[in-house]
Write a protein that binds this ligand. Structure first.
Ligand code: GLU
Length: 286
C-alpha cells in the first residue's frame, strides 16, 4: 500500500509551530515510506480565506524544506464534489434546511437550562428539523444552511469505529455533536464535509493532524459511512503550547513561523529539532 498523507491548512492566518508539526509529521510519514505527501488548501470559507495566506503557507513549508507532491489541491475548486454529496444525503432524507440565525439558536439554547453542550459548543436544539415540507417550500427563498439529521444518520450507519495511532480503536460518537451544519448560506460545504470527501478522493491513507481535531473525527467517520468512503488511519498529535500553556492561535503574530524566521531561526534546524521533539524556548507539547 502506498502511504498518502496531506497537510491541509486553512488560509485564514499565518502558520505557527503547531501547523509546522502537523506538516512535518505528515511529510515524514510519507517520505519515510516512499509515499506521497500532498498540500491541500482548505479555502472553503471564501470570506475568511486569503491568497496572501496561501502564498505565506507555501513559503513557510519551503523554508522548512517540506516539499509536497503534485499541484496543491484547492477546496474552492471542488465545490461540485461537495454539492454532489449533499444531493446524495438529501435523497436519503438525511439533511434538512435550517433557517435559524445564530441569535435564534442562542436564544433557544439560553431558554432551555439543560441544553446539551458538545465539543463544538451548544448542540443545535433541532428547531428546523420538524418543519413540514410545506413550510420548507414556503421559506425556500430565505437564506438557509443544511443540517445533518444526526439521529437518523446514526441509526442508519450503526456502530462505527476508527483507528487512532496514539489512542487505539475508537468508537465513533458523532451524536454528541447534534445536527451539524454541512453547508451554509455563505460557504457551500462545511469543513467536515469537504475534508471527509477530499481525504477519500485524494486517497489519503493516514490523516495526521492536531489533537484539537479529535472530536471532528467522530463526525468524519459517520460521513464516510453515509457516503460509502474508506476510513483512513488517524494520528492526532499533541498540541504546541506557549509558555503560559496556551494553545497557539492564528491571530497571535508573536508565534507565527514568520516571527521565528525574523528572530534568526533557520528552517532546516527547526525541523531537525522538531523531529527530535525539541521545541524553541518558550514552547512545549501538551
Ligand atoms: N484545515 C484545517 C485547519 O487548518 C485542518 C484540516 C485537517 O487537517 O483535517 O485547522
Amino acid at each position: 500500500m502506498t502511504i498518502i498523507t496531506r497537510f491541509a491548512p486553512s488560509p485564514t492566518g499565518r502558520l505557527h509551530l503547531g501547523h509546522a508539526l502537523s506538516a512535518l509529521l505528515s511529510h515524514d510519514r510519507a517520505r519515510g515510506a516512499d509515499g506521497r505527501f500532498y498540500l491541500r488548501i482548505d479555502d472553503i470559507d471564501g470570506a475568511r480565506s486569503r491568497d496572501d495566506y496561501v502564498a505565506a503557507a507555501m513559503e513557510d513549508l519551503r523554508w522548512f524544506g517540506l516539499m509536497w507532491d503534485d499541484a496543491p489541491v484547492y477546496q474552492s475548486a471542488r465545490l461540485a464534489l461537495y454539492e454532489a454529496a449533499l444531493v446524495r444525503l438529501s435523497a436519503a432524507g438525511l439533511i434538512y434546511p435550517c433557517f435559524c440565525t445564530r441569535a435564534d439558536i442562542a436564544a433557544e439554547v439560553a431558554a432551555s437550562a439543560s441544553a446539551p453542550h458538545g465539543d463544538f459548543g451548544p448542540v443545535y436544539p433541532g428547531t428546523c428539523r420538524s418543519l413540514s415540507d410545506a413550510e420548507r417550500l414556503a421559506r425556500a427563498h430565505q437564506p438557509h444552511s443544511w443540517r445533518l439529521d444526526m439521529a437518523k444518520a446514526v441509526a442508519l450507519a450503526g456502530p462505527l469505529h476508527w483507528e487512532d495511532e496514539r489512542e487505539g480503536i475508537i468508537l465513533a460518537m458523532p451524536e454528541k455533536a447534534g445536527d451539524i451544519i454541512l453547508a451554509r448560506k455563505d460557504a457551500p460545504a462545511s469543513y467536515h464535509l469537504a475534508s471527509t470527501i477530499d481525504d477519500a478522493d485524494m486517497g489519503v491513507t493516514h490523516v495526521i493532524r492536531g489533537r484539537d481535531l479529535f472530536a471532528s473525527t467522530h463526525i468524519h467517520r459517520l460521513l464516510q459511512a453515509l457516503l460509502g468512503l474508506p476510513t483512513p488511519l488517524y494520528h492526532h498529535h499533541a498540541l504546541v503550547v506557549d509558555s503560559m500553556g496556551k494553545r497557539l492561535a492564528k491571530r497571535d503574530q508573536a508565534t507565527e513561523l514568520a516571527a521565528l524566521r525574523a528572530q534568526g531561526f533557520e528552517g532546516w534546524a527547526l525541523v531537525e529539532d522538531l523531529r527530535r521533539g525539541v521545541l524553541p524556548a518558550g514552547y512545549s507539547l501538551a
